[in-house]
Structure formats: C-alpha cells, structure tokens
Design a protein around this ligand. Structure first.
Ligand code: C2E
Length: 978
C-alpha cells in the first residue's frame, strides 16, 4: 500500500479511488463535508477507509472497513481513535501507545504514515477466541483550499495471511509465549541499556507508578539493590539473544518493594541484532511471603530441632520419640541413668514396653483422650532394667505433618519417684488426718499459720455450739477469751518455731451462747511438700469440768473445809513469805502455836461431830480476834497457827495471844454439854536464821512447856526448850533404830499375894538397852515414843518377848501383865495382832493380863472397846493401872470387862508411916486406898497395890483388903528368870 507515504508537511489527499463504485461505497453519516470533495485519495480494492475529523470523530468509512474490523456501521461510526477494543500492537507484538498510533502521529505531525503494520484484536462471534489480524495501515491528512488540515484518512488492508503478517504473528507468539495471557501484571520494553521505552498501563496498578514516571527511566532504578545481580544476569542472557526468567523486587511508588517473576525476551532486528528486550512482570509477592515465612519457619524449625536434640541429648529427662506405629524411634542417652536401659535396647520397642501393668490403661486413656499439642500425664511407674519400679512423670507432645495428620509423639520422662512417694505418703496421711478429724471426739481445727480456720470437725462445732459455716474462714482468735489471746498467739508461735513439736496450753473459749468454757489446746505443725511450715492442726478438748475440779482442789489445798480457815499448806507458805520479807527488811515474825486443851477428851467422849462443832466455833472466835495483818490457819486437829508479820515487839505478839485466849475463854454448849474451852499457846519470834520449820518447832517446844505447866497459858520459846526439842527428835530417831536392832528388852517385877507373899504373877516392864547411854527406864523415852507413835512397835516387841517366856515356861506361876498405852489401843489392828502373837507362841491367853491406864480407858472408842472385850473373851485379863490418878470414873469399871485394878503407888507411899511423914499429896491416901479396896471387893475385881517398899505398907494394904501387892519390897524388875 502506497497511501500518502512519508509526506512531509501538509500532504495532498490520497488520490481518489480509481473504482468509482468503491469510492461510492464511502458513507458519510453526517454528509460529506464540502471541502473534502475531490480531496479524497483513491482507495485500493479490498482496503478499508476511515475518514476522521480533527476531533477524531468518524466522518466517513467504507463497507470494507466495517467488514475488516468486524464492526457494525454504528459501532464504527461511534468508535473513537483510542477505542481500547483495538488493542493495537506493533509488529513486535507490543501494544502501541495511543499517541503512537498512525492517525495520531499524522494528526500530531501533519505527516502521513505509510504502510505501518498494525496488529488488531478482533472480537469473534460466540465463544470463539478473539483473533489477531495484521493490518497494513496508511494515513494521510487532507487539507482544504486554504491548506488548513481538514481530516485524516486511514486506509488499511488485511495482511494477516501475507508473509509479512505471518512473520509478525510468529514474533508476537514467540514474545508472549512465556508470559501467558493472564499472568502478566505489566510489560516493559527496554533498550539494551535498560531504558524503558514502553510500559503497559497496568504498571500503574501493579506498582503505583504513573506511566510518565516509568517511561524513559532506566529499569535498574526500580530494582532492589540486593537483586541487581539477578537483573543483570537476565539482561546478559537477553543480550545474548536468549530468553530468560528470574525474579526480583521492584520498587513501588509507596517506597515498598514487591516481588515479581520477570520473563524477558530479546527484540531482534531484521539484521539479527538484539535491539532491546520485552519483559513481562508477574507479581509473586504472596508466594514469596509464603516462601519466606516457610523458610523462616524451616529455619526456626531447624534451629529448634537442633536445640531440642541438644537438650534431649543432654537433659537429665529422658526424651523419647514415638513413631506413628507406637514404637520408640529415638531415645536420649539419659535413658541409661534413669531406666538402666541403653537407647539401642529401647528403640523399636512398644511405647508401653516399660510401663507397669497397673498403669498401662490409665496412660493409654489419658494419651488417647487428648488431641491438641501438649499433655502432661499423671505419674506412673516404669520398670528399670534392674526390675525395680520407679515413678515417672511424662509430658507428651504430638507431632503432626503440614496437613495436620499425626506422625508421632515426643515424650519427655522425668523421675519423680521420691516426690511421688512423699506425695502419696502425704496424701495417705492427709486422708488419715481427715478421717481422724471427722471421727475424733476431740474438737479439731485445721488452720493456716495466722489461725485462719480452714477445716473444723463436728466435735468442735458441738463444743462451741456453732455450725461449721460460722467457723470456716474465721480466726481462732475470735473464739478465744480476750484475756487468753496473747497466750494463744504465743502458743502458735511456739509451735511454728519449735519445729512442729506440740505445745499445750489451757485457755477459755467463748461459746455461741456466750458461755465461757475451758479447753486444753494442743497444736502441731504441718509442713508442705517443700518442708516449709504450712498449716496448724489444733486440738481443743473441753476440760471445763476438770478445770473446775482443779480449782476446787486448789481452794481445798489451801483452805480447811471444816473451819473455813486457811490450812496448814497455806499458813506455811504465808510464813515463808513473811520470813523472806522480814529477812530482807530486818524485821521479826512472831508465830503462835495454839492447841486446844483437853480437846481429845471432848472428841472421844462426845464424838467427832461434837468435836468438829467445837473446832468450828473456836476457829470463828479466833478469826474474830485477829488483826487484819495477822494470818491464821488450822494446822491440823486441834492445832492452830497464827503468824504475826510485824512481830518485832514481843509485847505486841503477847497481846495477840491474850486476845485469842480472851476470845476463846467463854463457855460454849455442845450437844447439851457445857464446855469451857482453853488453849495453850507456844510463841516464838524469828531470828535472821529462822526458817518456817525451825520457827514452828520452837513454837511447838514452847507449847509443850505451856501444856506441861498446866495448860490454859502461853509460853515464849527459849533456848532450853530448843535443846529439849532437839533431844526429843534425837530420841525418836534412836528409837527407830533400836526397834530394828532389838534393843528393847523386858524386865519382870513379881506380883505377890499379900497374905503369904507368894508370887502370883509378874509385870512386864520395858527397858531400852541404849547403844550409848546404857539401860534406860520408860520415863526416859516413853513420852517421845507415845508422841511419835513408836510405842506401838515397842509394845509388839514386849508382847513377843513375854509370850516367848510364857511359852518357854509353861509352869511359871500366875500371869504376866503387859502395859498398853492409849496410843496402842487406838490402833485399829491392835487386838487382832495381840491375839495373833499369843497364838503364834502357843500361849494360853489367860496367862496374860493387859494393863491400861485410867486415861487410856477413857479414850477407848467403840471399836477398841470391842477389841478389848474380844481379848477378855479369850481369857486375857484387863487391869486398870494407876487407878486414882485420873478421872476415876467408876462407870468405866462397870462398862468395861475389867478384871483388876492397880492402886497407884502415890497412894501407897504414905501408908504405914507416921502422920506427916511421906503422906500422900491429897492427905487422904489411907482412906482412899481403904475405900478403893472396898470398891474392888464389891466389884469382884483383883486389887493390886503398887510401889510397896515396906513391910508396914504391905501390912496396911493387906488389912485394908488388898489381895496382891507389887514393889521393891518383893522384888525389883529384872530380866527373866527373875
Ligand atoms: P507402872 O505400870 O505403874 O509400873 C510400875 C512402876 O513402878 C515401874 O516403873 C516400876 O519399876 C516401879 N516400881 C515398882 N515397885 C516400886 C517401888 O517399890 N518403889 C518405886 N519407887 N517404884 C516401884 P518403871 O518400870 O519405870 O515403869 C514406869 C511406867 O512405864 C509403868 O508404870 C508403865 O506405866 C510404863 N511402862 C513400863 N513398861 C511398859 C511397857 O512395856 N509398855 C507401856 N505402854 N508402858 C510401860
């Protein structure tokens, strides 16, 4: 086609069509502009022609144009020059920019374009693919008469099937083969130096750059610095005429880089020279991101795998990898230490290989029940190579492939044997503890170290009249009497500090109803698994009754129930305190030891109840006589002690004694009997050396003296009394020793018939063969022996010796009399033992006579009366000794089974002598002896006169009617045989 080719300046209108039919074929929808008449070039046959105005509107076209472009008339007429449907390509197959299209070039430059090859994509009807045709296009400019441009005339013919068209088709196909129709985001055409000559408009969508910012720029401006090598390599291959593909990052307008796959093809000129390249860019950002992430993950994974393996190989835990076949795939070396097995021995074994049969089910159930990530198994037992089982904890991590399918498990085993055993022991003890707690009848609390209650049992609820909910969470302090809270805190601290040892205190608890109860609290410490103090177990036992009893006992311990006075213990304590005080202050303490005169008589004759009444009355009077500072207490029996703390003035102390004597000295009536009570008082004043014991001993000595001096008086202690007291104590000790040593012996004094002086019997009289002081008479020791009760032992020794004599001398004349003191008679078992001794020796009881003094007979109580009667029933004689010196109660002779009576020696002494010489004290000895002789005869008793030293006495007594006599006249006491 040679239409208007290469015209310079305004070109003449192409020649008018030679075929007038063809020319006539041009249609002018708006009518042919008159100026164009005769200006139109001729149109070769088969070519299309389109005439556009300067405004690019189609002014006219022929039918061939409609056919060639697969348009309707209307479509063609409505089309614009830049209609995107044209997608015009140049002969390299590259899109032609709008202003590079032939008509635009002609319009812009005024020059015609001749025979330009233009690829146009035509729409195919139906689903058939669009078709690329190649047009040979020539354009020219028509001018009016003034030479002004009027319109462009484009003449074009289909050359697709010509060699030129086919060649272009091949080139396009080659260029775009790898790019594909839909994978390329944008396309660039560059020179061999990389200058971008053309860019597809889609570059803006892909990179954000407007075309103007891309065209004529060098491609390296848009490449990531790190990817220069890749881009360079692509270009090198391009220059070598090869197609190449690579990927690199492209700078986008927002400053970011996007990854693209770049497929490059060379542009080869007709002479075979590479003149540039065509580059298709396809975004692979998402892919690269995914790749990078995957790579990063792979890197992390590789690193963590490396670390895990490192850990697994070096950790004390045993790590196993279990395959999907549930067999051990790998074992860390630490298996040797933990299990005794080498990894090699375990690999390939079932994962359950070492698990104790008892635990297999649990392990499997737990393992299979979980499905996400990590699982910690409860401890189970595995068997070591040695056969021993150990408790192990296991954590299992599932391993899954990218599709989420399970491909194995990583198991970490840790030896928790000791902890598990400890925990099991703890659990067992906790279980036991709870059982004990629940069932215990003692109140129990489990609390924290501050006393906050966590658990209580029913017994405690009952004890406090509170329910469990009302106790939980409260502090134990709330339950305790305010006065005892400090003690509670102290006890708690002690338990915690004393390493758990129990600490016991008594404290008051407040019941819900406000009643205070006493409880014995003991607590012990519970430690946690780390051995740190954790909680306290508190036991609370209601000891209210016990406490009250103890309180009562305490009161009783210091008080005398009968009189309401303080007792011996209290007064001793008070005395000690006062002495301490006096010794510190240099003061003096006065002590009065008070004994009721003849109280024994009252007690024995009127009975204990009467005796108690007397004591209570006396005590009341005595307390009424006390000054506030004085202390008084009942010491025992009829003895009272008064302590005068400020006793430095003896006169003042004496006034206390006087007040007491005065207060007591009024008559009192007991059971109809009028009694005039008197007291004897021993007084001692403390010295700096005094002790309570020494001071009381001194008062006792003084009392002894007061009694001896005739009672109803007080006596201050002096040094002589002290030595006497000491003597008494010494004698007491010596008697004890001598009793064991058998130092008490019996002497026998004959009793004769006064008529013919024949021996009718003997009186047994005890003697003490003292280890240092020789043979001692009863007067030397008998009082002490009676006072101390030791006379009982002496009496037994005497009876034993007497019975032995009688047994040894069955033919000895008459009876042997033994003396029995009131102290012995008072002894409950005396009669029984007496008879036992007699029987042991095989002696006839009737060969024995018991001598008791008048006073002793008076003190006989009912049971001793019975004893004496029993003796008498067995034949033992009973004589009342020293008759006439005591109360001489005739009723005694009537009421008791008395067999004889001994006239006291004092009545005998003056008999048979001249008046005024050795006369009896009362002056009536003669008359009394004679009178008593008549009484004895009247009662049918045996009468024995004692102390007969002269024949005259013997004769007088015989004449008075006395049958028997005893005295030095007839024989002194002497050892058997007399
Ligand atoms: P008693 O039963 O009145 O005994 C008579 C005391 O008079 C005896 O003194 C005796 O040696 C003494 N005696 C006898 N004939 C004469 C005499 O002609 N002239 C004088 N001046 N004295 C004479 P003895 O042995 O010292 O005993 C004193 C008292 O000790 C006894 O008085 C008796 O009450 C008591 N006694 C003696 N032996 C025992 C004993 O074994 N048990 C008990 N409980 N008391 C005993």
């Amino acid at each position: 086609m040679a239409l208007g080719s290469s015209v310079a300046g305004p070109q003449p209108i192409p020649a008018a069509p030679t075929d007038p039919d063809q020319a006539a074929e041009i249609r002018w929808p708006l009518g042919m502009p008159a100026e164009l008449a005769g200006q139109l070039p001729p149109v070769p046959a088969g070519s299309g022609v389109i005439i556009r105005g300067l405004d690019h509107r189609v002014l006219g076209a022929n039918a061939q144009a409609v056919r060639l472009l697969h348009l309707t008339w209307d479509e063609l007429l409505a089309s614009s020059a830049d209609d995107p449907r044209w997608k015009p390509l140049d002969e390299q197959g590259l899109p032609i920019a709008l202003d590079h299209r032939p008509s635009a070039v002609t319009m812009r430059t005024g020059h015609g374009v001749d025979d330009s090859l233009l690829g146009v994509t035509l729409r195919s009807p139906g689903d058939a693919p669009d078709r690329l045709i190649w047009l040979s296009v020539s354009t020219g400019l028509t001018t009016g008469g003034s030479g002004a441009p009027l319109a462009t005339v484009t003449v074009f013919a289909d050359v697709t099937e010509t060699p030129r068209g086919r060649s272009a088709t091949d080139r396009v196909l080659a260029s775009y083969r790898d790019l594909g129709d839909n994978v390329t985001d944008f396309v660039l055409r560059t020179t061999t130096l990389g200058t971008i000559e053309w860019a597809s408009p889609s570059v803006t969508a892909a990179t954000g750059w407007p075309l103007a910012a891309v065209i004529q720029h060098v491609s390296t401006e848009f490449q990531h610095p790190d990817d220069t090598a890749t881009a360079r390599e692509l270009m090198d291959r391009l220059l070598a005429g090869d197609r190449a593909q690579g990927r690199y990052r492209v700078l986008c307008a927002d400053g970011s880089y996007r990854w693209f796959v770049v497929s490059s093809g060379p542009i080869i000129a007709g002479d075979g020279r590479v003149t540039g390249g065509v580059h298709g860019f396809t975004s692979i950002d998402a892919l690269v991101d995914a790749e990078l992430t995957a790579e990063a993950e792979r890197g992390i994974l590789r690193e963590s795998e490396r670390q895990y393996r490192l850990l697994a190989e070096n950790a004390s835990d045993v790590v196993l990898m279990i395959g999907i076949d549930d067999r051990i795939a790998w074992v860390s070396p630490s298996a040797v230490e933990l299990l005794g097995w080498s990894p090699d021995a375990l690999v390939g074994q079932s994962s359950l290989y070492l698990i104790h049969p008892d635990n297999v089910t649990d392990v499997l159930q737990t393992r299979d029940a979980f499905s996400d990530g990590m699982l910690q198994l409860a401890p189970f037992q595995v068997q070591r190579k040695t056969g021993e089982h150990r408790w192990i904890s296991a954590s299992i991590r599932e391993v899954r492939d990218p599709d989420g399918d399970l491909i194995g498990r990583v198991v970490s085993l840790r030896d928790v044997h000791e902890e598990t055993l400890a925990r099991q022991a703890l659990e067992a003890s906790e279980t036991m503890f709870r059982a004990v707690l629940t069932s215990s009848s003692t109140g129990m609390i489990l609390c924290d170290l501050t006393g906050r209650i966590q658990v209580v049992n029913k017994a405690l609820c009952r004890m406090l009249h509170r329910d469990e909910a009302g106790l939980l969470g409260r502090s134990t302090d709330d339950l305790v009497h305010p006065a005892d809270r400090a003690a509670l805190a102290q006890a708690r601290a002690t338990t915690i500090a004393a390493d758990g040892s129990a600490s016991t205190i008594e404290l008051r608890l407040i019941r819900a109803d406000g009643v205070i109860i006493w409880a014995r609290r003991s607590s012990s410490l519970i430690r946690n698994a780390a051995a740190a103090p954790d909680r306290l177990v508190v036991q609370l036992e209601d000891v209210t009754t016990e406490h009250e009893a103890r309180e009562e006992l305490r009161v009783q311990a210091f008080n005398d129930r009968l009189t309401g006075m303080h007792n011996r213990a209290w007064i001793l304590n008070a005395l000690e305190l006062d002495l301490d005080q006096a010794q510190r202050s240099g003061g003096t303490v006065g002590v009065l030891f008070i004994d009721l005169d003849n109280f024994k008589l009252v007690n024995d004759s009127l009975g204990h109840a009467a005796g108690d009444e007397v004591l209570a009355e006396i005590a009341e009077r005595m307390m009424g006589a006390m000054r506030p500072q004085d202390r008084v207490g009942r010491f025992g029996g009829d003895e009272f002690v008064v302590v005068v703390p400020d006793g430095h003035d003896p006169a003042e102390v004496e006034r206390v004694a006087e007040r007491i004597a005065t207060a007591l000295g009024t008559e009192l009536t007991i059971e109809g009997h009028r009694i005039m009570p008197t007291v004897s008082i021993g007084i001692a004043l403390s010295t700096p050396e005094s002790t309570a014991a020494s001071l009381l001993r001194d008062t006792d000595s003084a009392l002894f003296r007061a009694k001896k001096s005739g009672r109803a008086r007080w006596q201050f202690f002096d040094a002589t009394m002290h030595s006497q007291a000491m003597t008494r104590l010494t004698i007491e000790d010596e008697i004890r020793t001598s009793l064991l040593a058998g130092d008490f012996v019996v002497h026998y004094q004959p009793i004769v018939a006064l008529a013919d002086r024949s021996v009718v019997g003997y009186e047994a009289l005890v003697r003490w063969k003292h280890p240092h002081r020789g043979l001692l008479a009863p007067a030397e020791f008998l009082a002490v022996a009676e006072e101390s009760g030791l006379v009982v032992g002496i009496g037994r020794a005497v009876l034993d010796q007497v019975c032995a004599v009688l047994a040894a001398h069955p033919d000895a004349a008459g009876t042997i009399s033994v003396n029995v003191s009131a102290v012995e008679l008072a002894h409950e078992e005396w009669a029984e033992r007496f008879l036992a001794t007699v029987h042991r020796h095989g002696v006839d009881p009737s060969r024995l006579v018991v001598e008791v003094t008048e006073t002793a007979v008076l003190s006989l109580r009912s049971h001793t009366v019975g004893s004496v009667t029993a003796l008498r029933d067995r034949g033992v004689g009973l004589h009342v000794d020293d008759f006439g010196t005591g109360f001489s109660s005739i009723s005694v002779l009537r009421d008791l089974p008395v067999t004889g009576l001994k006239l006291d020696a004092s009545f005998v002494a003056g008999l048979g002598s001249a008046p005024g010489e050795d006369a009896p004290v009362d002056g009536h000895g003669d008359g009394l002896a004679a009178g008593l002789a008549g009484l004895v005869a009247h009662l049918g008793l045996t009468g024995v006169a004692e102390g007969i030293e002269t024949d005259a006495q013997a004769e007088t007594l015989r004449r008075q009617g006395w049958q028997h006599g005893q005295g030095y006249l007839f024989g002194r006491p002497a050892p058997w045989p007399v």
